[in-house]
Design a protein around this ligand. Structure first.
Ligand SMILES: Cc1cc2nc3c(=O)[nH]c(=O)nc-3n(C[C@H](O)[C@H](O)[C@H](O)COP(=O)(O)OP(=O)(O)OC[C@H]3O[C@@H](n4cnc5c(N)ncnc54)[C@H](O)[C@@H]3O)c2cc1C
Ligand SMILES: NC(=O)c1ccc[n+]([C@@H]2O[C@H](COP(=O)([O-])OP(=O)(O)OC[C@H]3O[C@@H](n4cnc5c(N)ncnc54)[C@H](O)[C@@H]3O)[C@@H](O)[C@H]2O)c1
Length: 451
């Protein structure tokens, strides 16, 4: 980059090189735009470095541990499995390093100027780098994502967050996880499967607010059976130092090797110069956007976790691509439809969901809502005579039984959901599903055989 005081001109400056920012930069460059991208940390942002990717790697390790237990049950001589956390992490980080290298190569090939610096808006057309260089832009995309939020309670500094989890060099033997959302449920599950003693503290009467109640209750049953202690309706008021570097939750006898906060995330908007550029934020600091990802400042857009929309990687990517198709590709009506976004929780077993729960469908469609369910043991767990049961549900509305919700809890739900999400988005009915010949013997066939 040039020296301080310089000004460089671009069609687009993207602030943040995570899932959304990279997708915006690549798509804009494909449309012929001159693009600069600012990222002070590792390319790929949260998802690649401290989110989806390392999390899924740990989940896969946990699945293997579960399968070793099943194998032992089925006559394989496996002995007591030893898991070398450090060795696994070497594989995980090599996988991540390959993603970094691939991004770097693609950025170079696309002619995108990347700047290893934080960016700050000076006005709606100018972004300043840490060294004072100013980038002038026809348009700016804010894609700065978010970071973990820690509750303001005494002793909070004794706790860890998900970013810290991915830097652990060994599994903590005794862990308390605070928070009953996505991250709390995922980290509790995989830590337990990898041998930790886990207690999960959540404020509400159930985990996973907003998900199908029955599936969540079934998942809770599975978690309890696997040995996770669920402390529901339990507010963590303070953390205290205990002997041997351990941490105690106030009012709770046990000392933990680690307390992990999974209590939500906050947007990275501090010091971004949003006021100077005339970009409005909400009370929580998210950048406010309309349905077109436009902010209150003309020519300034925002995508991904920095906005208050669904915080998922494919959502940030899809919003970015559509926005770039609109502003540089001439597709006037390109924008992301935020309805019916499929999502999977990498719990044990996984939980996948798309569309409305029955509860929500009744609010939207009135009383003409019908639920169909399949409650079964998948073949592997049945063979091993293990108690874990799957639960698949469909929510349909109207006399034609249009499918408006699909909720799957069970082995392979993570892989099964994607295709059915396409079908739901296309407006299929229960008869369409029943008209499709099943694939046997699978868990997926339960979706087309549901009565
Ligand atoms: C533990 C965990 C697990 C997750 N698992 C999944 C999953 O399985 N599936 C899924 O779909 N989603 C998952 N998510 C969510 C997913 O990671 C996010 O939705 C996604 O990363 C959002 O992308 P983004 O581009 O908006 O932000 P980010 O990926 O957070 O990228 C923002 C980037 O902006 C940079 N930045 C910040 N401030 C500035 C600045 N001033 N100047 C320049 N750059 C800046 C940051 O360094 C960062 O690299 C998970 C999240 C977490 C935390
Ligand atoms: N598999 C996936 O796709 C995946 C995985 C992880 C994260 N994500 C995304 O990242 C987002 C953030 O995940 P998250 O788990 O941090 O947030 P979340 O919103 O899913 O859950 C946060 C939980 O913390 C609880 N909480 C908040 N303050 C608390 C407090 N003081 N004490 C106790 N509990 C408290 C909330 O009630 C909620 O249950 C998710 O909403 C999701 O969009 C996705």
């Amino acid at each position: 980059m040039s020296t301080a005081g310089a000004e460089l001109d671009f069609d687009l400056v993207v602030i943040g090189g995570g899932s959304g920012g990279l997708a915006a930069a690549f798509r804009a460059a494909e449309h012929g735009a001159r693009v600069a991208l600012l990222e002070p940390g590792e390319l790929g942002g949260t998802c690649v470095n401290v989110g989806c990717v390392p999390k899924k790697a740990m989940w896969l390790a946990a699945q293997i541990a579960g399968h070793i237990e099943l194998a032992a049950q089925l006559g394989f001589e496996v002995g007591a499995p030893e898991f070398d956390w450090c060795e696994f992490i070497t594989h995980r980080q090599r996988y991540i390093a390959n993603i970094h290298a691939s991004y770097r190569r693609r950025l170079d090939e696309a002619g995108i100027v990347t700047v290893a610096s934080r960016g700050r808006l000076v006005d709606a057309r100018t972004v300043e780098c840490a060294d004072g260089v100013r980038l002038r832009a026809g348009r700016v995309v804010i894609a700065t994502g978010g970071r973990p939020r820690v509750p303001s309670i005494p002793g909070a500094e004794l706790g860890l967050v998900s970013d810290d989890f991915f830097h652990l060099s060994a599994a903590p033997a005794r862990v308390a996880v605070v928070g009953g959302g996505y991250i709390g449920v995922e980290l509790s599950g995989l830590l337990r499967m990898l041998g930790s003693d886990v207690e999960l503290f959540a404020r509400g009467p159930r985990l996973l607010h907003g998900f199908d109640r029955e599936l969540v209750e079934r998942l809770q049953e599975n978690y309890r059976q696997s040995g996770i202690a669920l402390r529901l309706e339990h507010d963590v008021a303070a953390l205290e130092r205990a002997d041997g570097g351990r941490v105690r939750i106030a009012g709770h006898a046990k000392a933990f090797d680690a307390v992990l906060f999974a209590t939500g995330r906050r947007p990275n908007t501090d010091g971004l110069g949003l006021d100077a550029a005339g970009v409005d934020t909400d009370a929580a600091g998210h950048v406010c956007v309309d349905a077109w990802q436009d902010t209150s400042a003309d020519g300034v857009h925002a995508i991904g976790d920095v906005t208050d929309r669904v915080a998922l990687t494919p959502v940030a990517i899809a919003a970015a691509r559509r926005l770039m198709d609109r502003v540089f590709g001439g597709v006037a009506d390109a924008r992301l439809d935020y309805d019916n976004i499929p999502t999977v929780l990498f719990s044990h077993p996984p939980l996948g969901t798309v569309g409305l729960t029955a509860e929500r469908a009744r609010e939207v469609h009135g009383d003409d809502v019908h639920e169909y369910r399949a409650d079964f043991r998948d073949m592997l767990h049945a063979l091993a005579d293990m108690p874990q049961r799957s639960l698949f549900k469909l929510v349909c509305t109207g006399p034609e039984r249009r499918v408006v919700g699909i909720h799957l809890l069970g082995e392979a739900a993570d892989e099964i959901l994607q295709g059915f999400a396409v079908a739901l988005k296309k407006g299929i009915t229960l008869d369409d599903l029943r008209d499709t010949v099943a694939i046997h013997p699978t868990s997926a066939e339960e979706v087309v055989l549901m009565r």
